[in-house]
Design a protein around this ligand. Sequence first.
Ligand code: PLP
Length: 378
Amino acid sequence: MFVYLDNSATTRQYDQVTLEMKQAMEDLYGNPSSLHSLGLASEKRVRAARQHLAESLGAREDEIIFTSCGTESDNTALYGIAHAKRREGKKIITSKVEHPAVLEACKVLEKEGYNIEYIGVDDKCRLDMNQLKAAIDDETILISIMAVNNETGTIMPIQEIAKMKGKAVFHTDAVQAYGKIDLKHTGADLISVSAHKIHGPKGMGALYVKKGINLPAYLVGGGQERHMRSGTENVPGIVGFDAACQIAIPNLNERVAKMAEVRDYLKRGIEDQIKDIKVNSPDDGAASVLNISFMGTRGEVLLHTLEQDNIFVSTGSACSSNKKGRSHVLAAMGLKDKEIEGAIRFSFSEANTIEEMDYVLDKVNAAVTRFRRLGSFR
Ligand code: PLP
């Protein structure tokens, strides 16, 4: 059996996505900016994709910028708003558990003289809303809080944050939320999404920018994306993103129900069969993620042992290149070193089955038992 449980790192492209991208590569090679019919054909297809993506976020077509990835969307939002509003204040609020695409941008802004306040979380990665409330003041120009945490699946109360933001601009990194929870009524001013987390192509993202928000361009040049993001459009990537969006979003409830079924089954099985574990994901988290610490083991060794049985999981976050680093998310949750060391993230898609979970349960149980008996057996 072959079981892919690393869907929060990236997903397998839907076959329809690959098919439509191949067609676009063969036929839609005109530059959308060209005035001839080949250019117009590409432009028309990009416009249709933009319309579909906008609908999926409850937005208007002219509120969507295509980018090269979720990281670019996050960087664009943070640098853009910070620079545009620098005369109004210097305070930026974020959380300790953001993806590096936000945290590293904050570090750069800190060096430029901005004050960054990092909001903490509890042991299930739930945001400290009292700390957030107390932090928001007249100096605050930007709040960036993710919609779903990539390591635990914790859903952040973004609607509530949108209501209490004051005069600040509110950005949410919804890379792990898109296609897992409804994002049509978030109240956020800026939303980052990425195609490869919803079975679309890698290297393709988008940023929702609410009408009226002044976001200076991050990439300047030919003036594409209404001068907000220059560079010839990645037409096959946009077509692939659109194809994924049109499958993932209308079928969101059915997809999430399937993920929840396998996640709950695996969680129950692990709780019943394996002693000394700690579930780090909250019960009401996104259905796509289950993070568990297996005490007295090393997550990295478990990962490679499971790989020998064709089971693919992750320790913490695999979507940053700092793969061996200690999880800053689990550390912010107050987990002990031993709990962080033994953590495994199982992340699901609608393609996973109960039969696969039975196989995974068996192999995880065997690997944990063996590790505990022998210590590190590598
Ligand atoms: N934000 C979150 C929460 C993520 O999980 C990821 C994962 O990679 C990113 C941002 C970065 O997205 P991308 O890989 O498209 O740059």
